[in-house]
Ligand binder design. Structure first.
Ligand SMILES: O=C(O)c1cc(=O)[nH]c(=O)n1[C@@H]1O[C@H](COP(=O)(O)O)[C@@H](O)[C@H]1O
Length: 232
């Protein structure tokens, strides 16, 4: 089944039971799910296979960042797990991203979308200064987007705040945007945020939403509210 909505729910949980409990409240026709570092480190590939068997398309969010060969082989392993989307850090550089693209292109069968993480949505200018980058987040995002495009990636993880600038220069790249906060919900550790409707309006292709749904008293109702906001 191919899911038609742009919503990706982050299953950021410490156990299989907690993740599957939330998944049981979600409809695979209304959202995809994201398996990230915490859940994957605890449960391994089995949790991905279980979610796939329940009808979910899975974004494996392990943000690979290593030398080209190691990263490309990790992406290959993700592809063989049958995930719908996989990501690598663009700051691993052009050769690293190109190696991932080339490796995926040699595989038979369906391939995951290969997505490059630009500047984490938890970071603002002062955080970039702390790691020696004296630039605005958007300037760094655009720089990394150029490399990702050259390497032939399918899309980027970025803040929806950067979507208009990115779509103006790299319209072929699909934009996966975390840092989504429905009006009135807590910002948490996110810094560059927009609401679901705003994000879609400025050019996001996929919205990654974690705590506003996973920590809601009624996660199914929280998801339904986002779906309604996007349709409205
Ligand atoms: O690659 C990601 O998914 C990601 C990139 C980024 O820049 N910012 C970001 O928040 N994420 C992930 O998106 C999810 C956001 O979760 P919430 O802040 O709870 O909505 C988390 O699972 C993060 O790991």
């Amino acid at each position: 089944m191919s899911c038609q909505t742009p919503i990706i729910v982050a299953l950021d949980f410490p156990s299989r039971d907690a993740a599957l409990d939330l998944a049981a409240r979600l409809d695979p026709a209304l959202c995809r799910v994201k398996v990230g570092k915490e859940l994957f480190t605890r449960c391994g590939p089995a949790i991905v296979e279980t979610l796939q068997a329940q009808g979910f398309e899975v974004f494996l969010d392990l943000k690979f960042h290593d030398i080209p060969n190691t990263t490309a082989m990790a992406v290959k392993a993700a592809a063989e797990l049958g995930v719908w989307m996989v990501n690598v850090h663009c700051s691993g550089g052009l050769r690293m991203m190109a190696a991932c693209r080339e490796t995926l292109d040699t595989l038979n069968g369906p391939k995951p979308l290969l997505i490059g993480v630009t500047v984490l949505t938890s970071m603002e200018r002062s955080d970039l200064a702390g790691i020696g980058l004296d630039v605005e987040p958007q300037a760094q995002v655009l720089r990394l987007a150029g490399l990702a495009a050259e390497a032939g990636l399918d899309g980027l993880v970025c803040s929806a705040q950067e979507a208009p600038a990115l779509k103006a220069v790299q319209p072929q790249l699909q934009l996966v945007t975390p840092g989504i906060r429905p009006a009135g919900s807590a910002q948490d550790d996110q810094r560059r945020i927009l609401t679901p409707r705003q994000a879609l309006d400025v050019g996001s292709d996929y919205l990654v939403i974690g705590r506003p749904i996973s920590q809601a008293a009624d996660p199914a109702a929280a998801l339904a509210a986002v779906v309604a906001e996007l349709r409205g």
